[in-house]
Design a protein around this ligand. Structure first.
Ligand code: ATP
Length: 435
């Protein structure tokens, strides 16, 4: 992880927020390469969940919502983690994660293991960020930063249904920011206080929820494979009776094997009719669906798929990172699937003379209209290839002496480091086929 964090900073994937002021705890900014990588994650999710399907609609709900939403959802009463303080070192830990935590005192031990540790009894701590709406900072003006995007979907379920041609079963998908005042954030961008979720709520007829749950499990795992994650490092974790939220009928996490252990990257939940039931109760508005074909009314059940855009981005980085020995030197490669790589191709003139830079510049600008590309004419060609390996760029197109004679460039492929000659006129198509 240390190597990856430092590569991310050096190459402009991820920076610590407000770094010149000493940073802000567990808040991160995405640099030029990171913003492209994360955008590719979100775009591929949106394409798979909305554009390629005819039974899911998109939504972009606001972060701020009516405070009653969070009472109905159960977040005001129950979105809490048990918190333990150490009176000696003033550190805070999640009571249910003490085994994974470290006491700040040296030598490194778990909280409570030093003779001087003095842990308090666990107390419940609400993870929602609070703020005030309007000029008066009083209890009546308290609103929350949403801790999940799902509620924006539930409260708009009828709007979307009325505005679209959808019938149950159908889904609503949304990508957006969520905020959680996590007690023990960490592991880089794995657990942060501000993050983006990619959530889809699928509304189904009661009784068909089990079958849809299984279908969504299968599709979501297939999506993680499709973005290039190694299947051997992905697994299912079924929530046992102790872990299952009281309203959930079934819940499975997709876990990835990070350097810090197996951890959740997406949850698939069979939520029954809990969400619409609660919003119906708290808002006093009927949220039932009238099924014309069957001539019956019911409250749809919900199958949810909930993934973190930042977590999936971290997973791609971890999965792609490798070091190799090449000709006595260590080569660092981010072996991204070309479809998610931030830069798709680099254009490199072999030398800065003989008309090569001009020709390369022309090719670069033609490619740049099609996909993100990078131009580099500084340093030995080998070094330039290595720089692109570290950025995860799948193809390097070198303009050399032969280009000037026959109009072909050398395309060097990142993983196998093989080189082929491709005609300038076919270059866009050649690369596009491989994305
Ligand atoms: P955890 O047990 O890790 O706290 P959770 O079970 O609370 O997660 P959900 O509420 O199911 O997570 O959220 C769905 C997804 O949102 C998670 O799978 C994860 O990808 C993402 N996510 C949740 N909390 C965070 C966070 N603090 N930072 C980054 N991503 C997060």
């Amino acid at each position: 992880m240390d190597k990856l964090v430092s590569l991310c900073k050096r190459r402009g994937f991820v920076f610590q927020s407000s770094e010149i002021y000493g940073g802000l705890g567990s808040v991160w900014d995405y640099g030029p390469l990171g913003v492209e990588l994360k955008k590719n994650v979100k775009d591929r999710w949106w394409r798979a969940m909305v554009h390629e399907r005819d039974d899911i609609e998109g939504l972009d709900a606001a972060i701020l919502m009516h405070p009653r939403v969070w009472e109905a959802s159960g977040h005001v009463a129950g979105f809490t983690d048990p918190l333990v303080d150490c009176k000696t070192c003033k550190a805070r830990f999640r009571a249910d994660k003490l085994q994974d935590a470290q006491c700040p005192q040296k030598p490194s031990k778990k909280p409570g293991e030093h003779s001087t540790c003095e842990l308090t009894e666990p107390r419940l701590f609400n993870l929602m960020f609070k703020t005030f709406m309007g000029p008066v900072e009083e209890q009546a003006a308290v609103i929350f930063m949403r801790p999940e995007t799902a509620q924006g979907i539930y409260v708009n379920y009828q709007n979307v249904l009325n505005a679209s041609r959808q019938k149950v079963p159908f889904g609503i998908a949304q990508i957006g920011k969520a905020f959680r005042n996590e007690i023990t954030p960490g592991n880089f961008i794995f657990r942060t206080r501000e993050f983006e979720q990619m959530e889809m709520q699928f509304f189904v007829k009661p009784g068909t929820d089990g079958e849809w749950f299984e279908r969504w499990r299968e599709q979501r795992m297939a999506w993680h494979h499709s973005i290039g994650l190694a299947p051997a490092r992905l697994r299912w974790h079924a929530h046992g009776p102790g872990e299952l939220a009281h309203y959930a009928r079934a819940a499975y996490d997709i876990e990835y094997e990070f350097p810090f252990g197996w951890n959740e990257i997406e949850g698939i939940h069979n939520r029954g009719d809990f969400d619409l039931g609660r919003h119906q109760e708290y808002s006093g508005k009927k949220l039932e669906y009238f099924d014309q074909a069957a001539n019956e009314r019911y409250l749809p059940n919900i199958v949810e798929t909930s993934a973190g855009a930042d977590r999936v981005t971290l997973t791609l980085l971890v999965d792609a990172y490798r070091e190799e020995e090449v000709e006595g030197e260590t080569r660092v490669v981010l072996g991204f699937h070309p479809g998610v790589a931030p830069i798709k191709a680099a254009v490199l003139p072999l030398v800065k003379k003989d008309g090569m830079p001009e020709r390369a510049d022309r090719i670069f600008h033609a490619l740049k209209k099609q996909f993100p590309c990078f131009y580099d004419d500084s340093g030995a060609i080998g070094r330039r290839y290595r720089r692109m390996d570290e950025a995860g760029t799948p193809f390097c197109c070198t303009v050399d002496g032969q280009t000037l004679e026959d109009g072909t460039v050398t395309v060097r492929e990142r993983d196998a480091m093989t080189q082929v000659r491709v005609g300038e006129a076919n270059l866009v198509e050649w690369i596009r086929e491989r994305l």
